[in-house]
Design a protein. Sequence first.
Length: 234
Amino acid sequence: MKDILKDRDPDKMFTYLRGFFKGAQMHQSMASLGFAREKHEGYTRKGNGLPYIVHPLSMACYAVGIGIRDDAIIAAMLLHDVPEDTKTPLSSLPVDDEVKLIVDCMTIQPFPNESKWQCKERYFNSLMRHPGAILCKGADRFDNLSTMEGEMPLKSIENNVVETKYLLLPIMRQAKNKWPEMYDYINTYRHDIKVVCNILNIAHNVSEREAEIIENLKNTPATPEAYRQNPQDN
């Protein structure tokens, strides 16, 4: 598993997950695996140029590695960016309503006259609609933070560190108490996110500019275009 994630080879990850899903009879995850690869075909990750599918595949591999076996949650991890980035209707996803709900929670939809900070605050609070959304966002943010250094501009790193500290981590703390059956998984992601966030914070002295960064986010309009194929600034 560690070698697969280290290489971030989409073919190796795809093959591993396909075999795992088949053995575990995770039918929704199996259907989502091929669907996500098809929909993300031709898209690349901003910053490193890797095939975009590497991101959801990495999320799913890591989740399986820490013991998550919930078919709906893993399927949602694979599909979480499909509606937002490929303009695929939620209704077209090859999964049940529970998975669609988690994906819907993960999809950012800015309101008119809303600032980036207001949009993110509302977005992170909406994750509390389902424990799977918390885990999915935890996996998403951990993978993004882990791959930002050397690939994304300082502004993106600063924004992610600050909103993670003040918006996402507090929500994840609430989720641990609300869903005790998911406590260990949520706590694992929360711990890993804090570690990477602290490393980025120290490396770039983000704490010294927190107030300025937050004020800028509060004064910057949120637009739908800002959240299309720009995953590491989400």
